[in-house]
Design a protein. Structure first.
Length: 276
């Protein structure tokens, strides 16, 4: 029986069994925000085609290093996937359908393509949510990490730490926990947070709100997301809805650093709503 292609089904899976969340399907479902006519089945078939091409190079050999190196050579040398260093914050880099079409992406979406193709080939990979630079790791090879943004090169823990130092300009101390695998729910949330940040930077508040609605659904306990959504609703003139989000945030995080400022804003919103 075919799986139901709805965002609600993704949320239900995340709540009941994280491992059952289909990351590619989830990414394509939230892409409907920007591409409402997207053919999800067609996009999934593109991943199947990539896997079929890689399978011809792999044969029956699934030895870890060989499989990873062969998959990297296929995806980056033959297919031509690459990191978009020139326009890193182009929102298209964060939508799986556009990554497949343009062959350009950022670390987390190139990792998604790599992971999904690997899954179809029986190469078990997990997402590694290192701050500032998403990576992958073979499930059974805990000491080597794959960097799809840099053509699938293999990194040791020491090289990952060096990469973080370069990205953050030494502003973050290294923590080995940065290389812990993340859940599928967190993988989806991180993709959404990337888009949220891009749309807010562009002051595209309506698109940001659509993404934030999904982010609140996938991470209902993340109170900061409620706060941010409430502020965006306020910017869009959605006063009652903004008040509801901000009030709920203050209930869950009454002592946060911004709580007093938000209480004043809430009183202001409620006062202006009462006058309408």
């Amino acid at each position: 029986m075919a799986r139901e292609l709805t965002w609600d089904s993704v949320i239900a899976e995340a709540e009941s069994d994280d491992a059952s969340v289909d990351l590619a399907r989830a990414a394509l479902l939230f892409a409907l925000v920007e591409y409402p006519d997207l053919d999800i089945d067609h996009e999934l078939s593109l991943l199947d085609s990539l896997a079929a091409g890689a399978a011809l190079r792999l044969g029956d050999n699934r030895e870890t290093i060989f499989a990873i190196n062969t998959l990297s050579e296929y995806l980056f040398d033959e297919v031509g996937l690459q990191g978009n260093t020139d326009e890193y914050y182009d929102p298209r880099n964060s939508y799986l359908n556009q990554v497949l079409k343009r062959q350009l992406g950022i670390p987390i979406t190139l990792s998604l393509v790599y992971l999904e193709v690997g899954k179809r080939l029986g190469i078990p990979l997990v997402g590694i949510g290192m701050p500032g630079h998403f990576l992958l790791r073979h499930r059974d090879e805990t000491e080597l990490f794959v960097d799809p943004f840099n053509r699938g090169i293999l990194l040791s823990e020491e090289e990952c730490a060096q990469r973080l130092t370069e990205i953050t300009q030494s502003r973050m101390d290294w923590d080995p926990n940065y290389l812990a695998p993340i859940s599928n729910r967190e993988y989806v949330a991180r993709m959404l947070r990337n888009l949220k940040a891009i749309y807010l930077q562009q002051m595209n508040f309506s698109q940001a709100l659509s993404i934030m609605d999904r982010l609140v659904q996938i991470q209902p306990d993340a109170s900061a997301e409620l706060r941010d959504r409430g502020l965006v609703k306020h910017r869009l003139g959605m006063k009652p809805e903004a008040a509801k989000d901000i009030a709920k945030y203050l209930e869950t995080a009454p002592l946060d650093h911004d709580s007093e400022e938000l209480r004043r804003l809430l009183l202001q919103i409620e006062g202006s709503t009462g006058e309408d």
